[in-house]
Design a protein around this ligand. Structure first.
Ligand code: FE2
Length: 250
């Protein structure tokens, strides 16, 4: 299993505060059968220029850990306007993009996706369930048709970001708008990996194929620079069916 979104690099953003915490995060990940982690700090001018050096340092410092570190970065949508080169997920073509509040006008994003594509990049939307709401489902569907990959957070399905985010995560899943689940761990008690708890949640509420695709296969496809599978769960928990009925007109 590959975790595509993790704030593992110490002391550069609001993620791991020290190398000790980074190592603890890797220890936790190893227990969850995670074999590789993308090191995705929030982009800033400072980390933008220092990323490669710090990444190589972190690889050396954690060499005894059984987990492979892969490159990555979490960009704000506005960074796509000002930058023309990006650190991609595992050296693939995929760029991790946080749309960040205030919400972006999604009707403009399709043009940006095509511009990125002409420069050799593809877009992964970081935790869109935390940013957008039910009225945005049609626009998110158009983006997905353009090739934007939707990465939802494990904690969102567990209610770690509130009930509304959890409902949006489940709604996106029901519309085939959840391609991959990642931790977005920050090495803090409220922002841990939560991958094991999310897998338990999915196994209890959905067909087993859901875990296979969302946690295993699609993260591997992205790192291999392939499009992920699109998956709509066929076996649903009663409360999930209720939510789906509530928004059937969306
Ligand atoms: Fe993040």
């Amino acid at each position: 299993m590959i975790d595509l979104h993790c704030h593992l690099m110490p002391g550069v953003d609001d993620g791991a505060a020290s190398l000790d915490i980074s190592i603890q995060m890797l220890n936790d990940a190893a227990k969850l059968d995670i074999s590789a982690v993308c090191v995705t700090p929030h982009y800033s001018d400072v980390i933008g220029s220092a990323y490669e050096r710090r990444f190589r340092w972190l690889v050396k410092q954690t060499a005894s850990q059984p987990i492979r570190l892969l490159r990555g970065m979490e960009y704000r949508y506005s960074d796509l306007i000002t930058l023309d080169k990006f650190v991609t997920l595992g050296d693939s073509s995929y760029v991790l993009v946080d749309f960040v509040a205030p919400a972006i006008d999604l009707s403009n994003v399709e043009k940006k996706v095509m511009e990125l594509e002409s420069d050799g990049y593809k877009m992964v939307a970081a935790h869109p369930e935390r940013i957008f709401d039910t009225k945005d489902i049609p626009a998110l569907q158009r983006l997905a048709k353009c090739g934007v990959v939707m990465q939802l957070n494990a904690g969102s399905f567990l209610g770690m970001h509130g009930v509304e985010v959890k409902e949006m995560a489940e709604l996106m899943l029901s519309h085939g708008l959840c391609h991959v689940v990642a931790s977005d761990s920050h090495g803090k008690p409220t922002r841990q990996l939560f991958i094991d708890k999310a897998i338990n949640y999915f196994n209890a509420n959905y067909d087993k194929d859901v875990v296979k695709i969302l946690f295993h296969e699609n993260s591997r496809l992205i790192i291999d620079d392939e499009p992920p599978h699109v998956m709509i769960p066929t076996i649903a928990h009663r409360s999930f069916r209720l939510i789906r009925r509530m928004f059937a007109s969306v």
